[in-house]
Ligand binder design. Structure first.
Ligand code: HEM
Length: 361
């Protein structure tokens, strides 16, 4: 008897392996014209796993204090064997993960994957996207370099504009009135304990929902598939889809490795809290659309402070996006075109203002 069959027999006897894995063997994934978009969620998951692994390696040498953080990252990059590569992979994977999470969100939007009964999958996904941005924001400060220091000052200043809770939020994020070593230690806590904990729980919920509800078929593709035989309408998850997914992970690993090795992540100069802010301070690219919008709004719009208005508008837009499945139901005709229109507008707005932010400086 082959070794695997014997192992399976043993596992089945002890733990009921066949019964445990039955859902996996029965699980199928729909096939249609746009089904390749289904790989994006999995690629985001892969990049998250890379983050966890490389983050743990960085933790072996990183020190979260204002006097040692910069030097410890410098040490990782110059003295630790392959330390530069691990740090570069961690930084590139963070950026790619946010990119693929955005792409996954938009693909789910255009393919109507958020609709009943998948409302909670969408909501958990949106919270995961916010958390991913939180990972980026908190991680950016950790090397304690000039750019990150001042970008964190600007970013937390903006958080301070939130009506009512702004002041409290600013002090909570900074661990005091100013960006200091206390902010660094706090951001470190967010980055390696709080955010990973919440993200793991939400990810488990997100994936359990996907598993429980199966993957959706876009409404536009349903009629077309009706006449097809079963084997052309769906493929088995195990091993057919899983092997394709692993190929997508392999490609993602290739892109990630090439970027990390050919364009190693820079460190810059150590932050000096007493120096004046250098020119061209800007946030990470995924915050640029908000940052640039706030820059473009006049100081006062009627009687309201311009920045406050911007913060309120983004807050409202984020909340509406989060709750989209509850008010954009397909049985209402206006929502069918409305959601696609809103998706195209959001994509164009984010791309346009981001590009403008880099060109205008
Ligand atoms: C860390 C971030 C995320 C990870 C790791 C993740 C992972 C996944 C995976 C593996 C799937 C199944 C395959 C697929 O449909 O692509 C999936 C499906 C789904 N995700 Fe995500 N996701 C994330 C973020 C998001 C975001 C930002 C949204 C949208 C707001 C979202 C909404 C959904 C929905 C609605 C489905 C079901 C799609 C369908 O049935 O057609 N996810 N996710």
């Amino acid at each position: 008897m082959p070794v695997w069959a014997r192992v399976r027999g043993w596992l089945d006897e002890r733990f009921g392996w066949n019964e445990l894995t039955a859902p996996l063997r029965k699980k199928t994934v729909p096939i249609h014209r746009h089904s390749y978009w289904y790989y994006l969620g999995g690629i985001t998951l892969f990049l998250f796993l890379v983050q966890v692994f490389t983050g743990m390696l960085l933790l072996l040498y990183y020190r979260p204090t204002a006097s040692e953080a910069f030097e410890s990252v410098q040490y990782i990059m110059t003295q630790v064997r392959f330390g530069w590569l691990v740090r570069s992979i961690h930084s590139w994977a963070a950026n790619l993960m946010i990119l693929t999470a955005f792409a996954h969100m938009f693909s789910v939007l255009f393919l109507r994957g958020y609709q009943k009964p998948r409302e909670l999958t969408w909501v958990s996904g949106m919270v995961l996207l916010f958390l991913a941005m939180g990972f980026g924001f908190s991680g950016y400060l950790l090397p304690w370099n000039t750019l990150a220091f001042f970008a964190t000052k600007v970013g937390t200043d903006i958080a301070g504009q939130v009506p009512f809770a702004g002041k409290w939020l600013l002090v909570f994020l900074r661990g005091g009135e100013d960006v200091t070593g206390a902010t660094l230690t706090r951001f470190f806590g967010f980055h390696v304990a709080l955010l990973p904990g919440i993200t793991t729980l939400l990810l488990a919920l997100h994936l359990a929902l996907v598993q429980r509800l199966g993957i959706s078929v876009p409404p536009g593709q349903r009629a077309e598939r009706e006449s097809l035989p079963r084997e052309r309408r769906e493929m088995r998850f195990f091993p057919n889809f899983l092997l394709r997914e692993l190929m997508a992970w392999y490609v993602a690993l290739g892109v990630l490795g090439a970027l990390a090795a050919l364009a190693p992540w820079e460190l810059g100069t150590k932050a000096d809290p007493f120096a004046s802010a250098p020119a061209g301070i800007r946030p990470e690219w995924y915050f640029m659309f908000m940052f640039q919008t706030l820059k473009l709004i006049p100081a006062r719009v009627w009687l309201i402070d311009g920045e406050l208005l911007g913060v309120l508008a983004f807050g409202a837009a984020g909340l509406l996006w989060l709750l989209l499945p509850f008010f954009a139901r397909d049985q209402w005709r206006w929502t069918r075109q409305g959601v696609t229109g809103a998706g195209i507008f959001a994509l164009a707005y984010i791309a346009g203002t981001t590009l403008y932010g880099y060109v205008a400086k």
